[in-house]
Ligand binder design. Structure first.
Ligand code: 5GP
Ligand code: ZN
Length: 111
């Protein structure tokens, strides 16, 4: 099992902020903004590249919905959602995750 599968299964600890049947969200260990939450599907998908059918598209959509709910409950008026696909894009954990970042001014384009 990968590290994020273990977090979703409760086998290793994380600071979980949201959980439902499809999705788990928890604070990033190495935050890049005052708010930095990772939203993951409970089932293992490696990245956006694994969104290939209705079932995977459903859980990907549930990740976006959870991110929106977390942002709304935290009262965030601006936030950024990022997902890295592949090592050159900055992906270091190969279980699909959305970074929910907020609480500081963001620059564009990202590095
Ligand atoms: P990536 O680089 O794949 O886009 O993002 C992986 C993120 O996972 C990084 O921001 C990193 O800080 C975070 N991370 C890696 N391992 C753990 C962990 O065991 N627990 C938590 N909470 N975050 C982790
Ligand atoms: Zn996994």
């Amino acid at each position: 099992m990968c590290i994020f599968c273990k977090i979703a299964a409760g086998e290793i600890p994380a600071n979980i902020v949201y959980k439902n049947e499809h999705v788990t969200a928890f604070k990033d260990l190495n935050p890049q903004a005052p708010t930095h939450i990772l939203v993951i599907p409970n089932q293992h998908l490696e990245s956006v590249n694994d969104i290939v059918d209705d079932a995977s598209a459903l859980v990907a959509g549930e990740c976006l919905r959870a991110a929106r709910e977390i942002a709304q409950q935290a009262g965030l008026s601006s936030y950024r959602i990022v997902t890295n696909i592949g090592a050159d894009a900055g992906q270091s954990v190969f279980h699909l995750h959305l970074h929910l970042l907020a609480g500081r001014k963001m620059s564009w384009p990202p590095g």
